[in-house]
Structure formats: C-alpha cells, structure tokens
Design a protein around this ligand. Structure first.
Ligand code: BDP
Length: 643
C-alpha cells in the first residue's frame, strides 16, 4: 500500500537514471553576476500519517498552502525531523512528509527575463518531489546529493503570485535504493495492530530523514557557466591546471579564465574554454601535518560574456583549486609524489536534536577536534557528506575518502541491474559534485557489501570501472569486512580497505587474539592481491564512564587496549604495505534500537556531545607521533602535540 505511489516514483526514477547527468551542478556561490537567497529557517511541516501515506498526493497538498489542508508544525531546515518533537511516531515515521515555505523573490529577479532563478536543495533524504506554486518542478532519488530546478520561467508566468515551495520527502527504502531496505508488514493480528509495518535495514545508523542541507535560490544570467572540471599536476616547480569549462544558454560565449593566488594576484590567464594553465613557482596543496602550509588554494575565476539579439550577458564563477597529485603503488599511497599515511577517523553526519542536518557549530567543532587529535584524514562513512564539509577539508588540508551511500547491500536482489543502474547514477552524481575537491583523494563505492554472492563480481567490476572512467585521476576502493571470502570486488580496486573487529564481534573479550588475527588479515589480503591496505575500521564500544581493570568490554579501559593491540600490528605493517588506519568511530552516533546498541553506537572516541573518552588520548599521542615520523618535514619542532 505504502508502496503503490512509491513504486511508481521509484520506477520513473530508475528509468531516468540510466542517462548520465547532462549538466553540471556547481556549488552555488555569489559573484558579481550571481545572487543567492538562503531559505534556512522554519518551514511548515506535516507528516502524512494516512494508512497508505498517500493522502498528500490524493488531496494534492501542493496545490494550496499546507496550512489550508490540515494542521502544520514548525520544522527547522536544515535538520532531520526525527528528534525535533516529543512525538515517537514522528521519530520513527516512514513515508511522505511535507515541507513548505513561502518566499519573497526580489522583483528584479522576476522583471529581468535575462536571469535564471534556480531552486537548489543541498540534500533531502530519501526521495523528494518539489513543487513551486503547485507546479511540479523536479524530483530526485537519493538522500545525500544535491538537486536543482530552474523556476524563473514559472515565476514569470504570474508575477503577482508569491513563491510557494513545497517539498515532499519520503524516507522509505527498498531493495534498489542506496542504502537498501525493506518494508515488512506484520499481519498476525494477535500480535500486531492493523497496518503495523517495520522498515528493515542492514546498516548501523539511524535512518534520519528530512531536508538535511540548505535549500536556496540563486540566480545566473541566461548564458552561464554550467560546469568546470579541473585536473592538476606539476613538473618541478611548475603547476599544471588542466581545465574544461562548459557553458549553457549561448553558442557564442567569450571566456576569460584567470588563476589567482591566495592573495588575489593573477598568476596566469587564458581565453580558451579548455586548456592547461602553467603555474610558475607553484604552491602545492598539501595535507595537514605534511607541510607547514597545508591546504593552499588558488582561485580559478571564469568570466563569460555572450550576446544575443537583445541582450549581453556576463557571468562570473570562481572555483577554489588545489594543485596536487595522487598515485598508488603496490605498497604505498602518494600525494605530490611523497608517501602519505592516513592517520584519521571515520565519521557520521550525526548529532543530538538535528540528526543529520548541516550544523556549522558542529562542523567547526569537529574540525577542531580532528586537529587536536592529529588526524590528517577521514572517510565519509557511509554516504557523501555536505559540500560545505569538503570545502573545509580543502582549506584545512584534511584528506578525504569519499564514499557513496552503498552501505548494507546484503540481499542478493540488491545486486540486480536496477540496483546497479541506480548505483552508477549515484557515482555519476557524486563525481560530478566532488571532482574538483583537492581533499578528495579516493572514491569508495560501497561499504561491506555481501561481496561473496555470485552477482557481486560483475556488479563491482562494472561499478569500479565506471568510476575509474568518470575520474581516471583518483584511486577507487570498496570497503570490505574481514571475511576473506568477500573479496569479489578486490581484483578491481586500487587500494584494499578492510574493516575488522577482533575481540569484539569475533572472540568478544579476548584482547590477546588481536595481534595474531590482525597479522593474518593483512598477510592474507596483501599476499593475494599485492595492493596497499588501509585498516578502514576497527574499534570497540564504550559506555563513557564505565571502568574496569583488567579491562572488560564496554569500559574505557577495554577500548584503550583494543586500540593499543591494533597499533602494535599497524606499526609492523606500515613499514611494508599498510598505508593507513581509520578509527571507528570519531564520535558516538545514533542507530536503530536493538539489543546490541545502548542509545546508539558507542564506538566513538568522543561522545556524541564531542567530549573525549580515555582512548582519545591514546590516539592523539599516536597520531602526533605518526605525523612526525611520516610527514615530510622535521616536524617535531613544528608540530608539538598540543596539550
Ligand atoms: C562495521 C560497519 C559500521 C558499523 C560498525 C559497528 O561498517 O557501519 O557501525 O561495523 O558495528 O562493520 O560498530
């Protein structure tokens, strides 16, 4: 029932999905030709609690004000809706929820029909349909990537109308969504009330939903810079910026492309839409702790001029550019031809109250904590994070493994062509969005899929090859668990990423088995594939404040010893082929309720409120020591471990 409309929407998305994106999706930035209007704040909201969750569509709630079709509540955007109220049915709600906001659009935006007015949603989980003044303008599948629609033409049809934006969002997951899930109806009336159903998932984080990232309106001229792609390299002292600008809305654009240094001084310019810019005395983009001046960014300003019968258009877009290279050998990972060792974290977009909603204080706090820790990298487990976070990584030199939402692919039906087609589309959208971030050094196409299943080999081969074709400049991986049988994708990856939880999920309580088992894990994977390995997850749950010595599971002492045991083996193998270690997890995070979770996953080295557990100090001491051993500068004096 819930699924009738859902199935229809999903099918139409799956059919559309096969085509690669035919336009760019540049991050919206103000410039002399582009204005921006943020729509963060309070929106009207209603969850469709009707038995089939379809009343909103049947009664066309988008046609009038939401408050005219029933009661509404205040809902902050961006935020997950789940933890905002005291209502348990909203926290666990599955189905369509409706958001609405009326916006006053500046008259000149409407009056000037030489302008495009674009409505952009940073992300909404999971499936979205968007209307403006009752007219559908777009729909989008996928909870972690942006989408947009040009609405200026529509607004101009009746300039007396206010701009009423309605967004319906559905968090229902099925076997072909990313991540996948299933809806299970419980029909035994002696045990469950009528209509009772649950959503089953195979991933370990709460399926927060709603409008998670900023919604905004921005303008561009009708002839505009649609996309920019940069690929960087260097030769001796000269940086090389290969660029390609694509333009829309005109066939006769004149372009001026200028690369500026940090101080805003022109370094080199060109009048071509694509080419190679040579940067003398280049300042390379270096990771945090690998150089005294990490995260150096140039600015690539693209100026477009175009004329048609009636008007002249000028567009300006400026893209930050970091010049760096990434390479792998069978035993090492190189940034700018120097060996790079990942000492970092796995994160989640997750916090009290706002769930997965973008939150600047939290983002800045997390960056401060990563630096305190001496972390030089993180993985965007288990989905693409906000662009704003990647921009911080670019500026601070924090290296990123950029992961798709391919998590929890455990059912054989999720390896079919429908799923694969959608997964390929997600990779298209992800690479289109993140290709220009110097901080992004590797793509991860999935986390812990059931890769031992027969269709997995073709699935991963296609997926990984597709991703490499989209971006030949970055290595590609998928994250495997320690089960060596799940290696069907391994022949195609550039770097092996392994998660293992020795003495936790295996041999719980037996800290002494860690060195032997970890050694076996590394030797097996390297022995078979001769590829560099990252320990992409390891860790243990701690209920903060629980203590026991000798260590017992869930105490602060146990987490410390798990880490120390792992570190002993890392120290042997990092001299050989282990190229990184990422703790699971940076902070505690919310999960679905279950008998192995105590108000969420407690493997954080920080609590959900970002306070350190005892193990955070072990890691901090180690990461600063590693920075001094593996960085390219004599760091000890330059980077003393902060108190
Ligand atoms: C790993 C998963 C991660 C989980 C973690 C755990 O990749 O999402 O949260 O286990 O169980 O296997 O803590």
């Amino acid at each position: 029932m819930l699924s009738a409309l859902w199935l229809f929407l999903w099918l139409s998305a799956a059919l559309n999905a096969a085509a690669p994106p035919d336009s760019g999706l540049l991050f919206p930035r103000e410039s002399s030709s582009r204005e921006l209007k943020e729509l963060s704040g309070l929106w009207a909201f209603r969850a469709d609690g009707s038995p089939n969750r379809n009343l909103g569509f049947e009664s066309a709630w988008y046609k009038s004000r939401l408050s005219e079709t029933g009661p509404v509540i205040d809902m902050p955007v961006p935020a997950s809706y789940n933890d905002i109220t005291q209502d348990p049915t909203l926290r666990d709600f599955i189905g369509w929820v409706w958001y609405e906001r009326e916006v006053t659009v500046p008259t000149r935006w409407i009056a000037d029909d030489g302008l495009r007015v674009v409505l952009r949603v940073g992300s909404a989980h999971y499936y979205s349909v968007v209307w403006v003044n009752g007219v559908k303008v777009t729909e989008h599948e996928g909870g972690h990537l942006p989408f947009e629609a040009e609405i200026g033409t529509l607004l101009r049809k009746d300039p007396t109308m206010p701009c009423r934006i309605t967004i319906a969002v559905n968090n229902t997951l099925n076997l072909h969504t990313l991540p996948p899930g299933t809806i299970q109806y419980m029909t035994d009336r002696t045990r469950y009330p009528a209509g009772f159903f649950v959503q089953n998932i195979n991933f370990d984080f709460f399926n927060y939903a709603g409008i998670h990232r900023p919604v905004l309106l921005y303008t561009t001229p009708k002839a505009y810079v649609d996309d920019i792609t940069v690929v960087t390299d260097f030769l001796d002292n000269t940086g090389l910026v290969r660029y390609d600008v694509s333009v829309k809305g005109t066939t006769s654009a004149a372009l001026k492309v200028t690369l500026m240094d940090k101080g805003g001084h022109c370094v080199v310019s060109s009048n071509e839409a694509s080419g190679v810019l040579k940067v003398p005395n280049v300042n390379l983009w270096w990771p945090f702790l690998m150089h005294e001046n990490p995260g150096y960014l140039y600015s690539l300003e693209v100026r477009l001029k175009a004329t048609d019968e009636s008007s002249t258009y000028e567009d300006v877009y400026t893209l930050p550019v970091g010049i760096r290279t990434v390479n792998v050998s069978s035993t090492q990972f190189f940034i700018n031809n120097k060996p790079f060792y990942f000492h970092g974290v796995n994160k989640h977009e997750d916090a009290d109250i706002r769930g997965k909603g973008l939150d600047w204080p939290l983002i800045v706090k997390d960056f401060n904590l990563m630096k305190w820790l001496g972390a030089n990298s993180f993985r965007t487990s288990h989905y693409p994070y906000a662009e704003e976070i990647l921009q911080m990584c670019d500026r601070h030199g924090i290296v990123v493994i950029d992961e798709s939402p391919g998590v929890g692919i455990k059912d054989i039906r999720s390896f079919d062509n429908v799923s694969l087609t959608h997964h390929l589309t997600v990779m298209d959208e992800l690479v289109r969005r993140d290709k220009n971030h110097p901080s992004v050094v590797m793509w991860s196409v999935a986390n812990e899929p059931a890769a031992e299943m027969p269709p997995a080999e073709n699935y991963f081969k296609t997926l990984i090859m597709h991703t490499k074709a989209l971006d030949p400049t970055r290595p590609v991986t998928y994250i495997t668990d320690s089960n060596f049988a799940r290696d069907k994708g391994a022949p195609f990856v550039d770097v092996i990423c392994v998660n293992s939880y020795f003495s936790w999920y295996h041999d719980p309580g037996h800290l002494e088995v860690i060195p032997l088992q970890l050694n076996t894990q590394f030797e097996n994977w390297f022995g078979k594939y001769k590829k560099p390995i990252i320990q992409s997850e390891y860790g243990a749950d701690v209920v903060p404040g629980l203590h026991n010595d000798p260590p017992l599971m869930f105490t602060e002492e146990y987490q410390k010893v798990v880490l120390q045991q792992y570190h002993r083996v890392f120290d042997q193998k990092r001299k050989k082929y282990v190229i990184g270690e990422l703790i699971w997890n940076f902070a505690d995070f919310m999960t679905t309720q279950g008998i192995i979770r105590v108000v969420g996953n407690k493997k954080g080295i920080f609590t959900r409120q970002r306070q350190p557990k005892a193990a955070a100090f072990i890691l901090k001491e180690r990461y600063w020591r590693l920075a001094n051993e593996t960085g390219i500068l004599p760091l000890w004096t330059k980077y003393p471990c902060p108190l």
